[in-house]
Design a protein around this ligand. Structure first.
Ligand SMILES: [Zn+2]
Length: 210
């Protein structure tokens, strides 16, 4: 008997959290919700998708979709890993195998989403020089130090905000979502600015070892 690889369809929640608008919804001509100054102010494009129930244009929506699903799958993997504790192993090898398979599958989804995340961020938040944070501007990639890259610092903030937004979405706190979204836009823009900054400062290098 051949063993089939475990395959799970995304949950209804994962589908619902980021989805394309229907033709009827697009007909309302809702504006994209992105409005932070780091994004160049209010986005003028029409909304075509919803992430956490907020309306986004295609470009900003794709960036928010990747961030939302990455956080959801990453957090799901961490939650399941807590059950699969090496200090208190499950007394059923098959159950342990299934848990490991699910964690592996969730991690694969995160890797897949991560492959287009930088590009989506750079498309959604073109660099506005005067808005690049001073830490990013001052970061010298030639100095060997312990400080994390600016993109990682801002990415962690963005990830935490996605977690808070997921919880607010689950509880139907729309006003809270709108407030958090503005902070998320700031963090996402700073990730994009830092990615661009590193690319420019290290362009002439053959390889940059992290
Ligand atoms: Zn937009």
């Amino acid at each position: 008997m051949t063993e089939r690889k475990l395959r799970l369809e995304p949950s209804a929640f994962a589908v619902e959290i980021a989805q394309e608008m229907t033709e009827a919804e697009r007909g309302y001509g809702l504006p994209c919700c992105v409005r932070h100054a780091h994004a160049g102010g209010q986005c003028k494009r029409a909304a075509s998708m919803r992430v956490y129930e907020l309306a986004f244009c295609e470009v900003h929506g794709e960036e928010a979709r990747i961030g939302a699903l990455s956080e959801l799958y990453d957090d799901a993997a961490t939650t399941i890993e807590r059950v699969d504790n090496p200090h208190a192993p499950l007394e059923n090898a098959e159950a342990g195998h299934l848990l490991s398979s699910v964690v592996e599958m969730l991690n694969e989804r995160c890797i897949e989403l991560g492959q287009s995340e930088d590009e989506a961020l750079l498309r959604a938040y073109p660099v506005i020089s005067e808005r690049v944070c001073t830490e990013t501007q001052a970061y010298d990639y030639d100095v060997v130090n312990e400080a994390p890259y600016p993109e990682d610092v801002h990415m962690n903030v963005r990830r935490e905000l996605h977690g808070l937004m997921r919880r607010a979405y689950e509880k139907g706190l729309i006003a809270t979502l709108e407030t958090l979204e503005e902070d998320r836009e700031e963090a996402s823009a700073q990730v994009a600015f830092a990615l661009d900054d590193r690319e420019r400062k290290t362009r002439s290098r053959p390889t940059l070892v992290r």
